[in-house]
Design a protein around this ligand. Structure first.
Ligand code: SF4
Length: 345
């Protein structure tokens, strides 16, 4: 196996996840291609409804009905936890039974997820400790005493104050920040190779958000895991990500390293997102107030499937007769920087 492939952790090829509803078909994920390497932080960014979260749910085979993976592959490069070999077993997650033992062994053990709202991730009628211990006992087959010891240690690692008491608390007894720390402890208790963080700080105030981001970065270094960070917040992406994939209407439209996405965005949608970030220099300027640029129009109706480039009704660089007729292919105008746009075809 070539050296660069040994670091490959995840490869998504042509993933399509659709929802067949009475009103029509929602093409939530419509041909996503992505690659992730070990220990990398990949930021997935885009407006609400662009398919970020459904891509993650597809990976864990948690797409709620009537959603269905229609096409594509999700290849997970799984290496044994005991370190007996570096040779990865390639598991195509789309082929697994969503309720079968193989995906249950991967969920929470090799790939974990932290959700936006911790109350949806934790049961309100069981203590924090019971929920974390359950994951440890399920995947590590250890005694209850050992699982409790590991849970207290994990709560300490996520900098929970007084973990010996918190372990017997119910989620509703904790503050929002403490609940998110408990969810992170639950996600990391089996030391996964990949953590999917789906808007994990959106419901938190900015101070707690900064603490949680610092915590995740520190734990990533300590555990050597990769993080897929899903957000609509480019500020968080700038702080967290090594590489960024920009999604629009179920597709990845641009991918590059984080500084390229910020200093040399190519896709008009990425440029629009970038221009809609408030700039400190403008806020401090005493000159006439400058309005923020916005991307005109709205994300189209989810049932519609536009001909040509899906961004064309909103694009300031739209080429009539081309952009509304032909769907652009992914091209690589510079090494490591891919974009789906006719301007670079
Ligand atoms: Fe704009 Fe055309 Fe590029 Fe789409 S393909 S982003 S419409 S220029």
């Amino acid at each position: 196996m070539p050296e660069q492939d040994q670091n490959l952790l995840l490869e998504i090829k042509g993933l399509r996840t659709y929802f067949h509803l009475a009103e029509g078909v929602v093409h939530a994920v419509d041909g996503v291609d992505l690659k992730m390497h070990r220990k990398e932080t990949l930021g997935i960014v885009g407006e609400s409804g662009c398919g970020k979260s459904i891509s993650a749910y597809s990976m864990l085979r948690l797409v709620p009905p009537p959603g269905k993976i229609e096409a594509g592959e999700i290849l997970f490069y799984k290496t044994p936890k005991d370190g007996s070999t570096n040779q990865a077993e390639i598991v195509n997650l789309t082929k697994l039974d969503p309720n079968g033992s193989e995906i249950r062994n991967i969920r929470g053990n090799y790939i974990s997820m932290v959700f936006q709202e911790p109350m949806t991730a934790m049961s309100p009628v069981r203590t924090v400790g019971q929920q974390i211990m359950e994951a440890i006992i399920l995947h590590q087959k250890v005694s209850k005493e050992e699982a409790r010891k590991q849970t207290i240690e994990m709560l300490r690692r996520v900098r929970m104050s007084n973990p010996e008491r918190v372990i017997d608390d119910y989620p509703f007894q904790l503050s929002g920040g403490m609940r998110q720390r408990a969810v992170i402890a639950m996600a990391l208790c089996c030391r996964p190779s990949l953590l999917i963080a789906d808007e994990p700080t959106t419901a938190l105030d900015v101070t707690t958000e900064a603490q949680i981001l610092n915590l995740m970065r520190d734990l990533q270094d300590e555990f050597g895991m990769a993080i897929m960070y899903i957000t609509h917040n480019l500020g968080v992406i700038a702080e967290m990500a090594d590489n960024v994939a920009v999604m629009y209407m179920g597709r990845v439209v641009e991918q590059a390293d984080v500084s390229t996405i910020f200093y040399n965005p190519l896709h008009p949608y990425t440029q629009g997102l970038h221009q809609s970030i408030p700039q400190l220099k403008d806020a401090l300027s005493r000159k006439e107030h400058k309005r923020l640029d916005v991307i005109k129009g709205m994300v189209p109706d989810p049932y519609s499937r536009l001909k040509g480039c899906p961004f064309h009704p909103r694009c300031p660089k739209f080429i009539a007769g081309v952009c509304d007729e032909v769907e652009p292919r992914m091209v690589e105008p510079e090494p490591g920087h891919t974009v789906k746009c006719h301007l670079y075809g």
